[in-house]
Design a protein around this ligand. Structure first.
Ligand code: DGP
Length: 114
């Protein structure tokens, strides 16, 4: 079995993190290096490496992550909106090879995000 990702260790409570939401399919915890007043990572318990490795059976969990993003955004009081980011691979600057949504909010975002 492949080594656990840092996110798998956090979800398994082998490493600390500040959780804001958890259920049987995923967990959401604050990013250790926040780039916005609210910066939460929403991570499936199943260690899917990236968007680039999604398969048809993953569609329910992907939909669930978006629903949890909405729940967390409401809990965080992001009434003016927020941004969801998914980095994929080298050009996407993905660092942790475990699928995750970044939920960013609490400030005005710019565009493009480059
Ligand atoms: P990405 O580039 O999409 O793979 O972003 C990974 C994010 O994970 C990055 O914003 C920093 C965050 N991160 C990395 N290691 C840890 C950790 O040990 N704890 C927490 N809470 N966040 C982490």
């Amino acid at each position: 079995m492949a080594d656990k990702t840092v996110f798998q260790k956090i979800l398994d409570k082998e490493m600390p993190a500040e959780f804001v939401y958890e259920d049987e399919l995923c967990g959401a915890f604050r990013d250790v290096k926040p780039v916005a007043p609210t910066h939460v990572l929403i991570v499936p318990r199943r260690a899917i490496p990236s968007v680039g490795e999604l398969v048809a059976d993953d569609r329910l969990i992907v939909g669930h992550l978006f629903r949890v993003a909405r729940i967390v955004a409401e809990k965080e009081g992001l009434t003016e909106g927020y941004r969801l980011v998914v980095n994929c691979g080298k050009h996407g600057q993905q660092v942790v090879p475990h699928l995750h949504l970044h939920l960013l909010g609490g400030k005005q975002m710019g565009w493009p995000p480059l």
